[in-house]
Design a protein around this ligand. Structure first.
Ligand code: SAH
Length: 345
């Protein structure tokens, strides 16, 4: 297979072009075209035809196809189901917030983390996404919608820490001044708690926002709903978060999907308070999205839980749910497409 040119850094591209006998400014032109969302080499009108042909022989360049697009009537949220070059499908969601347009991207095709409440993991992991494929989600959502994207969240399908080398390269590309130039402070990365990944990010000291999907502060509950907890226990996770804060100075956001009679008890709120003592954090309570295949149901105590945290000095917000009318949460649209594919409808 030809090399994926969108995954290359400007330095790598410059080195290859030098080898092809081209001047350095060519690589800057090509990098700019790629990061403006050019879907083919033919579009690069200021590059000679012969070089465009040479590039076409060497590198892979195309735009992902939109397999399906849904626009929420309620809030303008757009959900894309992309078909990748190998026929796999992934999802991207574009949300319009007051603070800017935010794209939620996928980092893998499927996921192997096995969280009991999550639709993305039902079929396991198929493969990792390349840095270029992550970049394309941002670029083509921007191009298709005509909206300037200012924020990125890695909260779609997949576990970013399970594909960290590619994710780090994606961050370098999307942050690049000659590319989309999206600031690290406008990027959030969410993990189910893969501790070596958290430690590696801490060492790098990037200024992005780390979100940790906590979902339970006690081992017994967390073991039950998140298999990752058996490999990386919650006590060790809190310790890694504490170190992360000390190294980076960045406050962590803890995601907490509220599940009826599983993780919504008062004692669990109290335990969160205890565990977060001395570590500035923020708890984001998410009303559970019903996944048809799962017996877990949404909690009826979201506001009480929030109040209990707040009364004890922990900042807690309830996530506003966008795109409820278009299956905009993780993995649901891909599941549906897979179902339809299987049944041959
Ligand atoms: N793998 C990463 C990022 C993807 S999931 C992670 O686990 O953080 C993005 C967020 O949605 C996570 O916090 C995840 O736990 C949450 N989530 C998954 N399924 C959900 C559901 N049915 N209802 C509410 N939140 C859900």
């Amino acid at each position: 297979m030809r090399e994926d040119i969108r995954s290359m850094t400007p330095e790598e591209l410059a080195a290859e072009l030098r080898e092809m006998g081209e001047p350095a400014f060519r690589s800057r032109q090509i990098f700019a075209w790629l990061h403006r969302g050019a879907g083919s080499f033919e579009e690069m009108s200021d590059i000679s035809k012969s070089l465009r042909e040479k590039l076409g022989e060497r590198y892979e360049l195309s735009a992902p196809g939109v397999a399906r697009k849904q626009v929420s009537q309620a809030d303008g949220t757009v959900k894309y189901l992309w078909e990748l070059r190998d026929g796999n499908c992934i999802e991207t969601v574009l949300m319009r917030y007051h603070h800017g347009n935010t794209v939620c991207i996928s980092s893998q095709v499927g996921c192997r983390m096995g969280c009991a409440f999550c639709a993305s993991t039902l079929g396991g992991k198929v493969r990792d996404l390349t840095p270029g494929e992550m970049l394309e989600q941002v670029m083509f959502a921007q191009r298709d919608s005509g909206l300037q994207v200012s924020n990125i969240v890695l909260m779609g399908i997949g576990e970013p820490m399970d594909n960290l080398d590619n994710v780090l390269r994606f961050l370098e590309l999307v942050n690049h001044p000659q590319g989309m130039n999206i600031g690290m402070r406008h990027i959030s990365l969410s993990t189910c708690g893969v501790i070596p990944g958290i430690r590696r990010l801490a060492e790098l000291g990037l200024q992005l926002t780390l979100s940790v999907s906590l979902h339970a502060p006690d081992s017994e509950t967390r073991d039950r709903i998140m298999p990752v907890n058996r490999a990386y226990g919650v006590e060790e996770l809190f310790a890694a978060c504490r170190d992360y804060f000390q190294k980076t100075g960045r406050r962590i956001s803890f995601e907490y999907a509220m599940i009826d009679e599983v993780n919504d008890h008062d004692w669990q709120a109290d335990l969160i308070v205890k565990k977060l003592r001395g570590m500035p954090g923020h708890v984001n309570l998410i009303p559970l999205n019903d996944v048809a295949e799962s017996p877990l149901r949404p909690s009826r105590r979201v506001r009480q839980f929030q109040r209990r945290l707040e009364d004890q000095g922990v900042t807690a917000t309830v996530r506003r749910s966008l795109g409820g009318d278009i299956d905009a949460s993780c993995g649901q649209l891909r599941r549906k497409a897979m179902e339809i594919g299987r049944k041959g409808l």
